[in-house]
Design a protein around this ligand. Structure first.
Ligand code: C2O
Length: 549
């Protein structure tokens, strides 16, 4: 194992990723942020120095943080924010997992202002050979993202006004690896410059396979992605290697990751488009400046691969234009992990969560899980509040949540936070039902879960539902899509002590309160030594800067 050490400065910059200038919050002035590439088992050390005017934090999306819950970077749950002018060092080991991950600010909606970046964890030698069913020589990260021209803080206040609950701010554009191309003359009211602006370019070898690791780092939009005229092999879902599925197009929700293996076409034409289209039917209103599709260029066999010259435009065809071919889209329900793990045959409890939007106190519209709308307590993170409570022998107050199934008794509500404490419970089912017309990518920190079933309308009663599950080797992932007016059943083993966020990864929804906490391994947590530096973040002046009211 190696230690990989990084020094990052977070600061504001004005940048024009696709031509249009906008204020951004960035790591070392780069968009997206620097790649963290490591091997399974390595130690990661990241010194974050905050020179921005707002507070910040970095969350390592999908990393288990086993034994280091306080390094999870979740403001209000595992830490207080890093105040402007202050520094913090994240230090953790990456073990028991490999694949494609990412990091992002977990302070307010800062991620959508540019504070995002990729993490690649390579499996070790032998394991790599077993896990990877389709060989490849090189790999690249492809970050796709919706792109707003305004700061998230100004948009979020507008969004939380009553009556806007289904009017999420609509992005103006999309970017691939921080690049896109707008025609400045179409946007007369924006400060814009096309000089030096071009599509992202991927130089691939015509002689061997390349793995592309897609990550949706956006705040809102689901994307459909394709490489023109390429049938590709899908091999990874959220860090879990799966038996290859041959596809033409894939849909990806915010925070999800997919790897594909690209084989150069037999009649290689040299240049192809990669297209990423936002699924816009969930967009509540017309955005006059909207450009739905962003493209990147795939170029084979350029000997001077770092040549600054932009190639001419590919002439490749969009799949729907290739009429003799029926499009094969990704179907995640037929995927099975290479490392087969049966789901536990029974769950010790089931939590039934209804997600909805309601007007809170006539002042703000909020997202709800049952009766709770989450609001981060910036100065009292759940983790340390819990540990202190136990040590002072005033454990948090337990209350039961009434659900039609009457099963949940280990919940407590620390002011506005819905917390589920898993004491006495090892395996837990979460049955999530969506009462609105948008889809929600739900993410659980610190774990992967088994995705057992999903559907539309009301779910069957749990007993019926649980009778017909295929538990042999279900797909495991860390971010599952909950469809509009639909439901999903996930099962997870609560074996990683910590306070872990569970939330919709649409930035606007998370900020509106569509979130809760699972508190697992309470006995172990009560004895956890939280490093002084973590607690030292709390109570610092400026710590709350950038949080909405
Ligand atoms: Cu990508 Cu709460 O996380």
């Amino acid at each position: 194992p190696t230690t990989r050490e990084y020094h990052w400065t977070v600061a504001e910059h004005e940048l024009n990723p696709d031509g249009v200038y906008r204020p951004m919050t960035l790591i070392d002035a780069t968009f997206p942020g620097p790649l963290i590439e490591c091997n399974e088992g390595d130690e990661i050390v990241v010194h974050v120095h905050n020179e921005a005017t707002n507070a910040t934090s970095i969350h390592w999306h999908g990393l288990f943080q086993n034994g280091t819950n306080y390094m999870d970077g979740t403001v209000g749950i595992t830490q207080c924010p890093i105040a402007p002018g202050h520094s913090f060092t994240y230090r953790f080991n990456v073990s028991g997992q490999s694949g494609t991950y990412w990091y992002h600010s977990h302070m307010s909606m800062q991620a959508s202002d540019g504070l995002v970046g990729p993490i690649v964890i390579h499996a070790r030698g032998d394991e790599r050979k077993t896990l990877q069913k389709v060989p490849y020589v090189e790999d690249r990260v492809v970050l796709v993202s919706d792109h707003y021209y305004d700061l998230s803080s100004s948009l979020v206040m507008q969004y939380l006004q009553p009556g806007n609950e289904n009017d999420e701010p609509v992005p103006q554009a999309a970017v691939i690896n921080g690049r896109g191309t707008r025609n400045c003359s179409d946007l007369p009211n924006r400060k814009c410059s096309s000089s030096g602006i071009s599509n992202a370019l991927f130089d691939l070898s015509p002689d061997h396979n390349t793995r592309l690791r897609f990550i949706n780092v956006g705040a809102f939009a689901e994307f459909q992605i394709q490489l023109d005229e390429h049938e590709v092999q899908l091999t990874e879902v959220d860090g879990v290697d799966v038996h290859p599925q041959s596809i033409h197009r894939l849909n990806i929700n915010p925070a999800q990751r997919y790897s594909i293996i690209v084989t150069p076409p037999a009649d290689n034409k040299g240049l192809y488009w990669m297209r990423a289209r936002m699924i816009t039917h969930c967009f509540a209103y017309e955005e006059p400046e909207l450009q739905e599709e962003v493209r990147a260029i795939i170029r084979y066999g350029n000997p001077t691969s770092h040549s600054p010259t932009t190639p001419e435009e590919p002439q490749s065809k969009d799949w729907p234009e290739v009429i003799e071919v029926e499009c094969k889209d990704l179907n995640t329900s037929t995927l099975s992990p290479v490392l087969a793990i049966p789901a536990p045959s029974q769950a010790d409890d089931l939590i039934y969560l209804r997600s909805s939007f309601q007007i809170h106190d006539w002042r703000l519209s909020r997202g709800y899980l049952n009766d709770s709308s989450y609001r981060a307590n910036l100065s009292h993170p759940t983790l340390t509040t819990f540990i202190t409570g136990v040590q002072q022998k005033s454990p948090p107050h337990l209350y039961s949540l009434s659900t039609p199934y009457g099963l949940n008794t280990y919940l407590y509500n620390a002011s506005t936070t819905l917390v589920y404490q898993t004491t006495g419970i090892r395996t837990l089912d979460i049955l999530l039902q969506n009462f609105d017309d948008g889809n929600h990518p739900f993410h659980l920190h610190g774990h992967t879960f088994f995705v057992l079933a999903s559907g539309h309308g009301y779910p069957p009663a749990p007993d019926t539902l649980r009778e017909n599950l295929d538990l042999t080797n279900p797909l495991r992932r860390d971010t599952a899509s909950l469809e509009a007016y639909g439901w999903v059943l996930v099962r997870f083993v609560a074996d990683n002590p910590g306070a872990w966020a569970f939330h919709c990864h649409i930035g606007w929804h998370n900020e509106a309160g569509l979130a809760m906490v699972f508190l697992t391994g309470a006995e172990v947590l009560a004895r956890l030594e939280v490093p002084k530096e973590v607690e030292g973040l709390c109570g610092v002046e400026g710590m709350e800067k950038g949080a909405p009211p």
